[in-house]
Design a protein around this ligand. Structure first.
Ligand SMILES: [Zn+2]
Length: 157
């Protein structure tokens, strides 16, 4: 039976224990915080604001664009930095906003800063939906009990 060079080096059990440098866990490089509502430790891959390396990347992109369109714009092509930055920032902030929403409790920090009442309603809607999926009646906050309270283990499952 022919064995390849890789099979001589690794047995299958060893291969699964190896960590590739290319597929390093990017969440380790992210931004961590504790959810203020459910106290779950959160790690998101993106920082809430763009970092200096993004500035350098956009600068390189606009320099490349300037070289590509040199016959049309010459040095004026560097002005392309502004629209590139605008497009980048809109996409980046949209992704950052979506990533910090807590899927465990439904708390949205951005929404809380803008309108705290709306954020509270969103959390309540999230929990109503979660209770509904489990088939458990939602405990009303005004004291009316529509059913038994759900235990923590029922909600996690
Ligand atoms: Zn949470």
């Amino acid at each position: 039976m022919n064995r390849t060079h890789l099979q001589d080096i690794f047995t299958p059990g060893e291969v699964t224990q190896l960590k590739s440098l290319w597929k390093a866990d990017r969440r380790d490089q992210g931004w961590g915080f504790i959810c203020p509502l459910c106290r779950l430790e959160r790690k998101v891959p993106t920082h809430p604001t763009p970092q200096p390396r993004h500035f350098a990347q956009i600068l390189l992109t606009s320099a490349f664009f300037t070289l590509l369109t040199w016959t049309l714009f010459e040095w004026k092509g560097l002005v392309s930095f502004i629209p590139f930055w605008c497009i980048f920032e809109v996409i980046y902030r949209t992704r950052a906003r979506a990533s910090i929403y807590c899927k465990n409790c439904g708390f949205d920090p951005y929404l809380f800063l803008r309108d705290s009442d709306l954020a509270k309603k969103e959390v309540e809607t999230h929990w109503r939906k979660k209770f509904e999926q489990k088939g458990i009646p939602y405990p009303e906050p005004n004291g009316k009990k529509t059913g038994r309270r759900a235990t923590q283990t029922e909600l996690k499952n």
